[in-house]
Design a protein around this ligand. Structure first.
Ligand code: DGL
Length: 244
C-alpha cells in the first residue's frame, strides 16, 4: 500500500497521477489539515508532526510513503523518519525536471521551504551554473486551501511577484498547493512552470485491490467540499485523530 501525505489538499493531484499510473495499487492519503499551513511552522514542530503523521500512515499498512509536500520534504524527514516505511520526498525529483540549459530559476514556495534553501542546495549540485532565486509566498497555500476565488489569487500574485516578472527562464511551483493556481501564475509570470507532480515510483511488489482511503486531521465537511470543488471527486473521507 502506498501512503501519500500533505498538510492539506496539495498532494491530491500527485495522488491522482499515482493512481492513474498504478490502478491496482491500494492508496491511503492523509491531509494534516488540523495544522495547515505547514509553511509558517518551525522545523522542530514540523518534524514532530511529520513523525506522527507518517507513523499513522505506516500503521494503516503503507510500506511506501510519498511526502507530497515540499515543506515537509525540506525538513529532511526522509532521512530522519524513525519507522520501517520507505519515505519518498519530492524536492530532488522536482529539480530533475528542470532542463540543463536553464540559466535563471525562480522558486516559488512556502516561507519554510524558501528559508530552508533546500532548492538552492539541490540545484547547486545539479545545475551549478544556474542562478536560483527562492521566494516565499506566505498566504497562497492558505488561500487555496480555503477555496479562495481565482481573481483574488491573481491579485495576490500580481502584488507578490511584481519584482520577479522579468529575467527568469522558468518558475518552479515548489508547493503542491500552487498548481491549483497554475493559470493565475501563468498569467502573471508568462514563463514555463514546473511542478512537483511527476514523481516516479518503483513498480509495486504485489498488486493490491485498487482501494483508496482519504483521511484528514481537520474537518471532513471541508475536505469533501475541496475534493468536489478542486478534483471533481465525490468520495468518502474520514476524520482521524493522531495522539501527540
Ligand atoms: N503543500 C505543501 C507544500 O508543498 C504545504 C503547504 C502549507 O501547508 O503551507 O509545501
Amino acid at each position: 500500500m502506498i501512503g501519500v501525505f500533505d498538510s492539506g489538499i496539495g498532494g491530491l493531484r500527485l495522488l491522482d497521477k499515482l493512481r492513474q499510473r498504478w490502478p491496482q495499487e491500494d492508496f491511503v492519503y492523509l491531509a494534516d489539515q488540523a495544522h495547515v499551513p505547514y509553511g509558517s511552522l518551525d522545523r522542530d514542530t514540523l518534524l514532530d508532526l511529520l513523525q506522527l503523521n507518517l507513523n499513522w500512515l505506516e500503521k494503516q499498512g503503507a510500506d511506501r510513503i510519498v511526502v507530497a509536500c515540499n515543506t515537509a520534504s525540506a525538513t529532511g524527514i526522509a532521512r530522519r523518519y524513525r519507522g520501517q516505511a520507505q519515505i519518498v520526498e519530492i524536492i530532488s525529483k522536482t529539480c530533475e525536471q528542470i532542463p540543463a540549459s536553464t540559466a535563471k530559476i525562480l522558486v516559488l514556495a512556502t516561507p519554510f521551504t524558501a528559508q530552508s534553501h533546500r532548492y538552492q542546495q539541490v540545484l547547486a549540485r545539479q545545475l551549478p551554473q544556474a542562478e536560483v532565486k527562492e521566494v516565499g509566498l506566505s498566504c497562497l497555500a492558505f488561500m487555496i486551501e480555503h477555496l479562495c476565488p481565482k481573481q483574488e489569487i491573481e491579485t495576490y500574485l500580481k502584488g507578490e511577484l511584481n519584482a520577479y516578472q522579468n529575467g527568469f527562464d522558468l518558475a518552479v511551483l515548489a508547493c503542491t498547493h500552487f498548481p491549483f493556481a497554475r493559470d493565475q501564475f501563468a498569467k502573471v509570470l508568462g514563463i514555463p512552470l514546473i511542478d512537483s507532480e511527476s514523481i516516479a515510483l518503483e513498480a509495486p511488489a504485489q498488486p493490491g485491490q485498487g482501494t483508496l482511503r482519504i483521511a484528514t486531521t481537520g474537518s471532513v465537511e471541508l475536505l469533501a467540499r475541496q475534493l468536489r470543488g478542486l478534483m471533481n471527486w465525490d468520495v468518502p473521507c474520514e476524520q482521524i485523530q493522531i495522539e501527540v
